[in-house]
Design a protein around this ligand. Structure first.
Ligand code: CMP
Length: 292
C-alpha cells in the first residue's frame, strides 16, 4: 500500500516503508545478532561499520532517522536561511527538506568524504568541529550551524575538498536526490515569478520577448534582512541588482543619497565602468532582489 505525500506542491504516491530500518533503496540493512536481541532498541538506519554504505557518506558514521529536537530544527532552519542556495525556499519546501535529513553521528578524526569523490549528501553541523582540506592543506574549519557539501551536488562535480571531524560530531544530512529536487522546485518558482516581475518593470519594456526570456534565465534570486549590507562602497562590483520587494538605503560616506524600492536597480556603474562600488546599499526591511 502507498500513501500520499506533498512534495514541492505535487502530491506523490510513495510506498510505505519502515523508517527505522530502511535505507535509501527501501532495502532493509542487515544488522548483527546483538541488535536483534533488543527488539525495542532504536535501530540505526544504517551502520556504515557494517560495510553497506550505498548513497551514504562517512564510512565510520552511525546514521539514523532520529527525531529532530527543537534545537536541531532551529539550527537547521537558520543554517538553510543563511545559505545562498536555500534562502528562497518557501516555509513548506524548507520543512520538507528538513524532514528528509538523516542524523549522522561521528567520532573525532572521521572522514566524512574525500576530495575528488562523487557528492552524495549536503550536511549541517549540529555539534562539533570539522576541518576542510584541499590538496592536504587545511583551508577552513566549520562549527555548529555551518553547512558544507553543496558544491558537488549543485554543479554535479567531484568534491572540491576533504572534510573530516576534529572532534565528536553530530550532523544532519540531506541526500543528493532531495537536494536536486529542491533546486528544481526553486528554479521553477523563481522562473515564473521573475518572468512576471521583468514584465512589470518599465525599464525592461524596450526588450523583445526573446531578450526578456534570456534575461529571466540569467537572473539569480537574493534575500536580505533589515540592516544587511548588499554592496559596500569601495568594493569591486560583480552583480547588478533589481529590487523585487522591500526598501534599501543608498549611502555615500555617512550621508544617505536616496532610498529605493520595488523596480529600482543599483550596482550597474561598477559593472559598466569596471570601477569600485560608488555607494553602500543597505536593506532597511526584508528585501528580495534579482541580480545579473
Ligand atoms: P563540496 O565540493 O561538495 O565538498 C567539499 C565542501 O567543503 C565544499 O562542497 C564546500 O561546501 C566546503 N568548503 C568549505 N570551505 C571550503 C573551501 N575553502 N574550499 C573548498 N571547499 C570548502
Amino acid at each position: 500500500m502507498g500513501c500520499g505525500i506533498k512534495t514541492w506542491g505535487i502530491t506523490k504516491e510513495i510506498p510505505k516503508i519502515d523508517n527505522t530500518v530502511a535505507n535509501n533503496d527501501g532495502l532493509k540493512p542487515h544488522f548483527p545478532e546483538q541488535e536483534r536481541k533488543h527488539p525495542k532498541r532504536k535501530l540505526p538506519l544504517i551502520d556504515c561499520r557494517l560495510g553497506d554504505v550505498g548513497d551514504f557518506d562517512a564510512p565510520t558514521a552511525l546514521i539514523t532517522n532520529k527525531q529532530k529536537s527543537e534545537i536541531d530544527l532551529n539550527l537547521i532552519k537558520n543554517s538553510l536561511i543563511r545559505h545562498f542556495i536555500f534562502n528562497s525556499l518557501t516555509d513548506e519546501q524548507r520543512a520538507f527538506v528538513i524532514e528528509q535529513m538523516k542524523h549522522y553521528s561521528l567520532k573525532p578524526n572521521s572522514v566524512i568524504f574525500e576530495q575528488h569523490q562523487s557528492g552524495k549528501n549536503f550536511f549541517v553541523i549540529i555539534m562539533g568541529k570539522c576541518e576542510v582540506r584541499v590538496n592536504g592543506k587545511r583551508v577552513n574549519t566549520l562549527k555548529t550551524g555551518d553547512s558544507f557539501g553543496e558544491l558537488a551536488l549543485l554543479h554535479d562535480t567531484p568534491r572540491s575538498a576533504t572534510v573530516r571531524t576534529l572532534e565528536k560530531c553530530t550532523l544532519w544530512a540531506l541526500d543528493r536526490k532531495t537536494f536536486r529536487d529542491a533546486l528544481e522546485a526553486l528554479n521553477a518558482t523563481n522562473y515564473s515569478e521573475n518572468h512576471h516581475f521583468i514584465n512589470s518593470v518599465p525599464l525592461f519594456q524596450i526588450l523583445t520577448p526573446g531578450q526578456k526570456e534570456a534575461l529571466v534565465c540569467s537572473l539569480t534570486s537574493h534575500k536580505f534582512s533589515n540592516g544587511q549590507r548588499i554592496v559596500n562602497e569601495g568594493d569591486p562590483g560583480d552583480l547588478f541588482y533589481i529590487i523585487k520587494d522591500g526598501t534599501v538605503s543608498c549611502i555615500s560616506g555617512d550621508r544617505e543619497i536616496r532610498k529605493m524600492g520595488k523596480g529600482d536597480f543599483f550596482g550597474e556603474q561598477s559593472l559598466l565602468y569596471n570601477s569600485p562600488r560608488t555607494a553602500t546599499v543597505i536593506a532597511i526591511d526584508d528585501v528580495r532582489c534579482v541580480a545579473i
